[in-house]
Every structure is written in C-alpha cells, then in structure tokens.
Design a protein around this ligand. Structure first.
Ligand SMILES: Nc1ncnc2c1ncn2[C@@H]1O[C@H](COP(=O)(O)OP(=O)(O)OP(=O)(O)O)[C@@H](O)[C@H]1O
Ligand SMILES: O=C(O)[C@H](O)COP(=O)(O)O
Length: 411
C-alpha cells in the first residue's frame, strides 16, 4: 500500500500537499473543516521538527474562486497554532529562496499551485514528474507527503508528479479518508449495510448504485435524486416547477438507468413516503406522495414519515454510508430530512461514513458532534470515485512510490 507518517522519522525537509480549496465569497476565503483537519497533520510534522512546506490549490483559472492563498496561510496558522509564512510564488526563485530560508519546525505555504501552467493538465504521473515545477522543487526536499485525499482524483503535478521522484508518504487525512471511504469494498460487516443517497447530482448517485449492487442491502433515497426515482415509479413529482432547472434535464439524461435500477432492485430501494414544500404562509408543509394534488410548487425536503421509516432501517443496520442531502438543509425549515437521518445515525451503534462536501456541511451547520460518526469525509468527487471502486491517481502515485523504494532496497 502506501507509507504513512509513522515511518517518516524527524528533522526532514518535507513538501506537503493539502486540499485547502474553500468557498470564496466576495474575495473572502471562508473557514471550513478542511483547515482543522489538515492542521492536525501539519502540527504533527512541526512537532517532529520537520521544515514544512505546504502546497495547495484554490479554484480554477477563470472562476471567481481562483484567488491567492495568502488568506489560507492565516487560517491554517490559527488551527496549527503556529505562524505560517506565505510566498506568492510556486516554483520560481522567490519560492526556492523562501524554502531554503526555513528552519526546523517552521511552516511555509506556497502560492496557489494552479497558478503554475505545469499543474493543471490531466497527464500521466511520468509526464508531471518531468515538469519544471516538480524538477525545480524536488531537490529541495527529503520527502513528499500527500494529505489531499479530496483532490486525489485529479492527475495534477502537485498530486502525482512528486511521488515518482521523492520518497512519498500519506498524511493523516489521506490515511483516514482512504480507509473509511474504501470500507464498503474492503470490510465485512456483521449485519445489513444501508446507503442514504440524495443531493442534486443524479448521475453520481446512479453511478454509485450501479457500482455497489450486492454490497448494499438498503438504499434510502431523497433529495432531487429521490424525486427522480419517484417519477420513474409513477408518482407525479420529479419535474421542474416554479422556474427550477434541476429535474428535467437530469431526467432526460438518466431516465433509462433509473428505470433499470428500480426494476432490478425494487426490493432494496426505498423511496420517500412524503415530501415537504413552502406553503403560502412561508411555512413548511408536507404531503404523502400518494396524494393527488396539483404540484406547482418546488419540493424541498422529504417528509416526517420518511424520516421515521428511514430511521427504522438505519437502527437495524451494521453500517450506514451517506452521500447527498435529503433536502435543502441550508434552509432550516427543510433540514428535517437530512438532519433527522444524521441524528438517527449518530445515535445508532453502527459503522458510519458521511460524505459529499455539501452533506458533511450539514453536520457543521446543525452542530452535530462528529465524534458520533465513524468518519465524516471532507471529499466530494474523490468520495464518489472511492464508492464506485475507482482508483485515485493521487493514491496510486503514493503506492508506486512505496513500491519503487521497496524494490530499490531489494536490489
Ligand atoms: N429537493 C431539493 N431541491 C433542491 N435542492 C436540493 C433538494 N434536496 C437536496 N438539495 C440540495 O442538494 C445539495 C447537495 O447535493 P450534492 O449532490 O451536491 O451533495 P453532496 O454529495 O453532499 O455534495 P458534493 O457532491 O458537492 O460534494 C444541497 O446543497 C441541497 O440544498
Ligand atoms: O474541492 C474539491 O473537491 C477538490 O479540491 C477538487 O477541486 P476541483 O474540483 O477544482 O479539482
């Protein structure tokens, strides 16, 4: 597999890749759980007397969220409780000078790696390893650490290039995410395995269902995805009303696969029994999906009966995996589905993984204690890929580094 920080020793010059990609509003970088999580890895490196140079990305060229990492340095420093220096250069002379000036136990954050033309092309690791970016920085370090599990589905220079030229290690976040997110495939559970699937991205959910099949005993559906499945089951929901553009195009793209899944797994798929909407008095109101009412209003959550029935399945489960929210939880009135299900998972003695960037935000927003879940993932796209059994280029590169080092020792 890959090496971890347990095998790293102390006093090295380490190059660490984190995922500090964050929401940005009006140019302000919003604090989020990625800082707290990665800070644990960075703190451990500082305490072990390493010189710590951090690489990370923010947004993509052309987007408003594509900004400098100067604010990230301050946020990271708060969580590590140690100053974090910042240099507005990725691999030029300024960056190299700043790296060489670092003492043991000090931290330096390089500029947004996506500001280097070498970073973004999706290329094989070998090609990235030959880039100016990797070739300039690698000689300055004893080893490379990848903690950015949530970006590991990208084959970018800072994620796959360095492990080919430096001894590479998984950071603590990488280690924990990898273990939890691949556990559907790698672990045997002593009882039924349930998956709660919701959110706004039908294709992701269908891919997960298609890939998992026998591993899952119950699929509990909600969110926009749940409505699309209800539409396939013959109910009068799951289409755009009141100016939404969330359903019809997804229906066109996925109708066939949704119908197939429903036909093949009807005994394992549970659909919402009731749904919630905003009534004329701006209050939450609910109706059973069997009701023959004119639905000319957006449906924003699953109803209370659904939460209760899903809760009964969860309480009988040995493992529960969540991907996607059951409603528009950002609005408290429509958080009942998502928060209700999360609360039941928290109070049930089962192995639980909560994933999807937005869904795990609900835990934060409603003050649920992370300790009650086995794992709360900070990954979005990488989580879906892990659930569908796909390998991640960033993880593969760590494994290759480990194999290379082992084979050179054998010779
Ligand atoms: N009925 C609904 N109508 C509109 N939006 C909904 C509905 N149900 C859920 N959502 C929205 O879906 C979003 C989460 O969907 P998404 O598929 O992105 O989930 P995720 O897996 O947590 O996130 P990501 O893939 O971004 O990591 C939430 O922001 C929520 O408001
Ligand atoms: O925030 C994320 O999900 C990761 O950092 C990946 O970002 P990207 O989708 O811009 O590559």
């Amino acid at each position: 597999m890959f090496k971890t920080l347990d095998e790293l020793g102390s006093g090295n010059r380490v190059l660490v890749r984190l995922d500090l990609n964050s929401p940005v509003e009006d140019g302000i970088v919003k604090d989020n759980r990625r800082f707290a999580r990665h800070a644990r890895t960075v703190r451990e490196l500082v305490e072990d007397g390493h010189r710590v140079v951090v690489m990370a990305h923010q947004g993509r060229p052309g987007r408003d969220s594509f900004v400098s990492l100067d604010q990230h340095a301050d946020l990271l420093a708060e969580y590590v409780e140690t100053p974090v220096g910042f240099v507005d250069d990725v691999h030029g002379d300024e960056a190299v000078d700043a790296i060489r000036g670092l003492d043991a136990g000090e931290i330096l954050l390089l500029e947004n790696v996506r500001m280097s033309d070498d970073e973004l092309p999706e290329k094989p690791a070998e090609e990235h390893a030959d880039s100016e970016f990797v070739q300039t920085l690698a000689p300055e370090f004893d080893c490379y650490i990848n903690d950015a599990y949530s970006a590991a589905h990208r084959s970018h220079a800072s994620l796959v290039g360095f492990p080919l030229v430096l001894p590479a290690y998984a950071g603590r976040v990488m280690e924990a995410e990898y273990e939890a997110n691949t556990s559907i495939a790698s672990r045997e559970f002593d009882g039924q395995v349930t998956m709660v699937l919701g959110g706004a991205k039908a294709t992701d959910v269908i891919d997960v269902m298609s890939a998992l099949d026998e591993a899952i005993d119950h699929y509990l559906l909600g969110g926009i995805v749940g409505e699309l499945f209800l539409r396939a089951a013959g109910y009068d929901v799951g289409y755009d009303v009141g100016g939404t553009e969330l359903y019809d195009h997804q229906w066109e793209q996925n109708e066939e696969r949704i119908r197939e899944l429903l036909a093949e797994r009807s005994d394992r798929i549970t659909l919402p029994f009731d749904l919630a909407y905003e009534d004329a008095a701006d209050e939450r109101a609910e109706f059973p999906v069997t009701d023959d009412v004119e639905k000319d209003f957006p449906l924003l959550d699953v109803g209370s009966t659904t939460v209760e029935r899903y809760g009964e399945v969860i309480e009988d489960s040995a493992a529960v995996f969540v991907k996607g929210a059951l409603g528009v939880f950002e609005d408290e009135r429509f958080s009942t589905g998502t928060v209700g299900v999360l609360e039941t998972i928290a109070t049930t003695d089962c192995f639980s993984v909560i994933g999807g960037g937005d869904t795990s935000r609900a835990i934060e927003l409603y003050g649920l204690d992370e300790e009650y879940f086995s794992h709360v993932s900070i990954a979005g796209g990488a989580y879906v890929r892990a659930l569908t059994g796909q390998s991640l280029p960033g993880v593969d590169a760590l494994t290759r580094s480990c194999e290379r080092v082992e084979s050179s020792v054998d010779q």
